[in-house]
Design a protein around this ligand. Structure first.
Ligand SMILES: [Zn+2]
Length: 454
């Protein structure tokens, strides 16, 4: 990192303050994000967490020579078992299909893949090792085929989420079970019957609890101490609190995650998204009639720590912003060399990923580009690249929105050309007017006729 580069400041959930980000090892910044539990399509709330990670990792890669980004897949979970049973399909088929769809949805919105994407079922041995160590060190105990973590053996339990054990019990966020010594104790391992996926273990055939998965996989790929652990704010408690307790007790000399990043929730039309309210939106639902970049831009219009309200109007506004950016990019001279990302954009992103201000900087660049300034257009393009936006050419963008069959339009353009050659200007005008009525504008230039959406 050069001296002139802006310093990244990030909010840390554990200390509840925005602090300079100092990597443990600047030659390899290590990031872990909780990935999906693969039983259903990703919804736009999931997408917000994955996109926050994407922006963070893109910025870290801009600032540091190497970043290792790990995002897991939870492919053993009771929700998966229940869904496979309900669908009448095998767990393997359900998880393979869901992982495929998840990758496809994220790629559509230009979310880059992680460096390592470990699957929980491939790391059962690592989980069992951790559980064994926790039992040996007195932090976990066996009861009726279960292994439980004893929260009262870790004095800092609750420090990450800012809750006390009493709050946790009062909030009834813990499952009460007769075999628990303390109601706050949580499962590391649980028994499986013949119909449920299970692995042999010193505690009988069973399967891991959710929290131990992330502790084991982060340790395997990033070590006992790494830089950033992130996820949606809904994961702060109990998931991240429990991950931290397990990992800190298993590796008392490590720090687990040095810095915790949590994005705020997403509302749909001002309400919490839920299937019962009928406002539950998968990524696919939105992309059916919206360009993926518009969805990406909509999510970037709010800083990740503020609650984001998803609306159709917001989506239209995002699309209009992109129209404007792509209009500005039409001023990019094809001979113009690519330029670095403008400092002004990097600067505001380094202020706790202030994406709305980065977009404001892009609007200012677009203003200048629209005066015919090719350099400003190149800087706008570079800023877009850093944010995963403006990945199309203006021509492709303006065509992409068209509701009409492109082949049909090309056919009509050819017919119009033939009509003009035959001096049948009435027919030529008729074709132009018909297309205009469908929102298609023809532009005659030295290279022939092109079209775009109005
Ligand atoms: Zn996790």
């Amino acid at each position: 990192m050069s001296d002139t580069q802006p310093r990244l400041h990030l909010h840390d959930s554990r200390t509840r303050s925005t602090v300079p980000f100092v990597p443990l090892a600047p030659d390899n910044v290590r990031v872990y994000y909780c990935g999906p539990t693969v039983y259903d399509l990703a919804h736009i709330g999931n997408l917000r967490a994955m996109l926050t990670a994407d922006v963070l990792v893109r910025l870290l890669r801009h600032l540091y020579p190497r970043v290792t980004y790990v995002r897991n897949i939870t492919d053993v979970d009771d929700k998966i078992n229940a869904r496979a049973h309900a669908n009448g399909e095998s767990i393997a088929d359900l998880t393979a299909r869901t992982i495929h769809d998840f990758h496809e949805d994220l790629a559509a919105v230009s979310i880059l893949p992680p460096d390592v994407e470990p699957r929980a079922t491939h790391h059962i041995g690592e989980m069992q090792d951790m559980i064994r160590r926790l039992i040996e060190s007195g932090h976990a105990y066996e009861a009726e085929g279960h292994v439980l973590f004893a929260v009262n053996t870790y004095p800092s339990y609750g420090a990450l989420s800012g809750r006390t054990p009493d709050d946790l019990i009062a909030g009834a966020r813990v499952e009460v079970a007769p075999y628990k010594r303390d109601p706050g104790d949580f499962v590391l391992w649980k028994p499986s019957d013949d119909q449920t996926p299970g692995w042999d273990s010193p505690w009988g055939r069973g399967r891991p609890g959710w929290h131990i998965e992330c502790s084991a996989m982060s340790q395997r790929y990033l070590g006992e101490s790494f830089d950033i652990h992130g996820g949606g704010s809904d994961l702060l408690f109990p998931h991240h609190e429990n991950e931290r307790a397990q990992s800190m007790c298993c590796h008392p000399h490590g720090r687990f995650a040095n810095h915790w990043v949590h994005n705020a929730m997403l509302l749909v039309n001002g309400e919490k998204m839920s299937k019962s309210l009928g406002n539950f939106l998968t990524v696919r639902d939105v992309l059916r009639d919206t360009p993926a970049e518009a969805l990406r831009l909509l999510l970037l219009r709010a800083q990740y720590r503020s609650v984001l309200n998803f609306t159709r109007e917001g989506l239209n506004e995002a699309r209009q912003m992109l129209d404007r950016f792509y209009r500005a990019l039409e001023n990019l001279d094809p001979m113009q060399d690519p330029v670095p990302v403008p400092d002004s954009v990097v600067q505001v992103l380094c202020d706790d990923l202030n994406t709305p201000r980065a977009l404001a900087e892009m609007h200012a660049l677009a203003d200048t580009a629209m005066t015919g300034d090719s350099l400003a257009a190149a800087r706008l393009k570079a800023a877009g690249n850093l944010l995963g936006l403006l990945q199309d050419t203006p021509e492709a963008w303006f065509r992409g929105g068209a509701k009409v069959d492109p082949t049909h339009i090309e056919h009509l353009i050819a017919e119009r050309l033939a009509a003009r050659k035959a001096r049948d200007f009435a027919r030529a005008d008729e074709i132009r007017n018909d297309l205009a009525a469908q929102g298609i504008v023809l532009e005659d230039g030295p290279q022939g006729t092109t079209w775009r959406q109005a």
